[in-house]
Design a protein around this ligand. Structure first.
Ligand code: ZN
Length: 47
């Protein structure tokens, strides 16, 4: 997910790099971003 200004935002919670540390990742072949707060959710399969 990328916002209008082309600024990376967390695909889980929408945090920007100003809010949290973002990590680039790949999902279904698409580049995406996730913040470190949401990374454990992904690792543990929260949804
Ligand atoms: Zn997040």
């Amino acid at each position: 997910m990328t916002d209008i200004q082309n600024q990376p935002v967390c695909m889980q919670c929408g945090a920007t790099s100003n809010d949290n540390v973002l990590i680039q990742c790949l999902k279904n072949g698409d580049e995406d971003w996730v913040c470190v707060s949401c990374l454990p959710i992904l690792i543990h399969g929260g949804h």
